[in-house]
Design a protein around this ligand. Structure first.
Ligand code: V47
Length: 627
């Protein structure tokens, strides 16, 4: 993707070079970006990164915020929400009150609030288990690191034990609150009873290790310095390098209200908000999402932020007190249609998501699914979009959206194509291996023959690799294993005898290893040694009902992109390769290992696999292991 920007601030040029080459920005770069008046160029650079990460997608979730009580043992100066027992504004919700606020159409409940001295541990466990029991479709995002630390101390448990028990009763992810600003100076002045950076980061590290993805926030616009904001980004970036467990970063604009910070009685400016969104997108190069939290930004700023690096609008929210008690002027909730309109007006794809950012529905036309793995870069690097919009999506989710008619075309997982042949037309391109793949890998503690009865964690991202694994186990090795789906993102693999991963994660683990597993098997190599055929993992297909003209246009765009890309694999794959930890040579060798054109041998391989899959018993796969 070539983007040229007319900079007014010339010092942007070396920074822009770093961004385009996938090099990290420094503390000095971050401070310089804040000092600019060339806000449009800043926005364009952040938008470039946003497009690399999430194409045209902007995510939202049907969610409900619950703040179970405002009674809190802490007294942070910036907080107008917290109060003490017996005060007229104090409230406590019973668990019944909480459950009565939820409806089955929701996909996420976000729980965070005050920390009262008198609630018991059982109360929290019942809160979550009651939600899961009454609303199995609602995923729970609950309790900031500050609350987790409070539970550990109050109920005399380790952080691991607190999280283990919460996970068991339904906790899926953790929100990013309580980080404030990672600065001892600010902590002493504004929230000296609260945990500092070290403990906050440690708790998130543990959560990630236990397979609980989390968010992160920065509370900005009060007494912190620009340098302190950038140091905050760098600390988050460092932990993300280590764990990969952060989903979204949310800059929280300080709401002055009647808080104890008298010198700062005004709201942040829209310019500061947009700079913070853009600079967080640029500094946090390893975070998948940046959230424009409309509750604190206003709808107007949030909508502009969608072209300044943000790809996440939080959700419908329902009710909110932390910002509103501190003077926020925004509504308490946004209707789903209003969110969809804001996103469409910004020229993006409104993507309704689940708690792990899996797309559930998209609300616009001309959507092309893009498999976000290195091996499909040749199809998209020179893709001239015209009227189409690009949605990065894993193969399995693309199949599900296509079933609902919400995807016009894409690279489909082979099994999904087989199932939807009646309404999908094949195009002459695919992702096929020659002999090995390097990115569909089984990490195991047992050889093939010893996997009988064993528990295998399988990626949630595709139907084809999982079926290939079952065919290999059943037909080649005569073995029956048990399977459990993994969720997208970080997982705790310790419960499994083997784990099937695909895409860039598999590629990374193939190079650097997956802790706890000694053996690594390449599924395409297994297939090749057995069948002496290539393996077709995905095929390009288009909705049959599209006008012929559109199909033709799309075919030309794909064909053009591929022929432009083929002579330049090292160059086009370099950026993504860097993210995975591969050098140029490794990228080139990896991409050269694929055949992207659907020829006779590939078609023969498809037929052979289809009949073997039909003969193989379809094993029931349980949901994600949460224990
Ligand atoms: O931790 C308190 C902040 C946070 C004020 O993870 C204030 O998806 C502004 O973390 N002005 C709670 N902010 C909210 C939060 C959040 C919100 C939306 C999404 C997610 C997510 C997380 O609110 C607190 C604190 O940092 N806060 N007082 C104030 N006056």
């Amino acid at each position: 993707m070539n983007v040229s920007i007319q900079f007014r601030d010339k010092f942007f040029i070396p920074i822009w070079q770093k961004i385009q080459n996938g090099n990290r920005l420094s503390l000095e770069d971050g401070v310089a970006l804040y000092n600019t008046n060339d806000i449009i160029s800043l926005g364009k650079m952040a938008h470039f990164v946003q497009q690399q990460k999430s194409g045209d997608a902007v995510y939202f979730v049907l969610n409900r915020k619950i703040e179970p009580t405002n009674i809190c043992v802490l007294s942070c100066k910036f907080c107008d929400f917290a109060t003490k027992p017996g005060r007229p504004d104090a409230y406590e919700m019973t668990n019944e009150d909480i459950w009565s606020k939820l409806t089955p159409d929701l996909h996420e409940v976000h729980i965070t609030g005050g920390m009262p001295a008198h609630w018991g541990w059982e109360h929290y466990l019942e809160m979550l288990s009651g939600i899961k029991e009454k609303f199995p479709e609602i995923d729970i995002k609950a309790f900031t690191a500050v609350e987790i630390d409070f539970f550990a101390k109050k109920f005399r448990m380790s952080i691991e034990e607190v999280l283990r028990q919460l996970k068991e009763v339904g906790l899926r992810t953790m929100p990013g609150g309580g980080a404030e600003v990672f600065s001892e100076r600010v902590r002493r002045l504004l929230f000296n009873q609260k945990i500092g950076a070290k403990r906050w980061l440690e708790i998130h590290r543990i959560a990630h290790r236990m397979g609980i993805p989390t968010n992160a926030t920065l509370l900005y616009g009060h007494i912190e310095t620009i340098e302190e904001r950038i140091v905050h980004f760098m600390k988050l970036r460092e932990l993300q390098d280590e764990t990969g467990g952060f989903l979204s970063f949310i800059p929280l604009a300080f709401q002055p209200g009647d808080t104890g910070i008298k010198a700062h009685s005004h709201f942040t400016s829209a310019i500061d908000d947009l700079k913070t969104i853009a600079i967080s997108r640029l500094m946090l190069d390893n975070f998948p999402h940046i959230k424009a939290y409309w509750v604190m930004l206003t709808e107007e700023v949030a909508s502009v932020a969608l072209n300044f690096g943000a790809d996440d609008m939080d959700g419908t929210v329902g009710e909110e007190h932390i910002a509103h008690d501190a003077g926020a002027i925004t509504p308490m909730q946004l209707a789903k249609n209003q969110i969809i309109k804001i996103i469409n007006d910004a020229g993006k794809i409104p993507v309704e998501r689940d708690v792990y950012y899996n797309p559930i529905n998209v609300y616009t036309d001309h959507v092309i699914g893009k498999i976000p793995y290195l091996n499909s870069v040749p199809f998209y690097h020179h893709f001239e979009k015209q009227q189409f919009k690009i949605l990065p999506i894993n193969p399995r989710r693309m199949g599900l959206l296509s079933e609902k008619g919400q995807i016009d075309a894409g690279l489909f997982s082979l099994m999904d194509y087989f199932q939807q042949e009646s309404h999908l037309a094949l195009l002459p391109w695919c992702i096929a291996t020659r002999d090995q793949v390097k990115s569909v890998m089984l990490f195991s503690n047992h050889g093939w023959g010893d996997l009988d009865g064993k528990l295998i964690g399988v990626t949630d991202e595709t139907a084809t690799s999982v079926r290939l694994l079952q065919v290999l186990l059943g037909k080649r090795y005569g073995v029956r294993a048990r399977f459990e789906r993994l969720h997208a993102g970080v997982n705790d693999y310790s419960a499994y005898d083997a784990v099937l991963l695909i895409g860039d994660e598999a590629l990374r683990r193939n190079k650097f290893g997956l802790a706890g597993f000694e053996l690594v098997f390449d599924l395409a190599r297994e297939w090749y040694e057995w069948q002496k055929l290539p393996f077709v993992f995905a095929v390009w297909a288009v909705k049959k009902s599209l006008p012929e003209e559109t199909k033709k246009e799309l075919s030309e765009i794909i064909g053009h992109s591929l022929s432009q890309s083929e002579p330049r694999y090292a160059e086009i794959g370099e950026l993504r390769g860097k993210e995975i930890g591969l050098n140029r040579n490794e990228v080139e060798e990896y991409l050269a290992g694929f055949n992207y054109r659907l020829g006779e041998r590939e078609k023969e391989a498809m037929r052979e696999f289809k009949s073997l899959a039909q003969e193989t018993e379809s094993v029931n796969i349980k949901g994600v292991h949460h224990g």
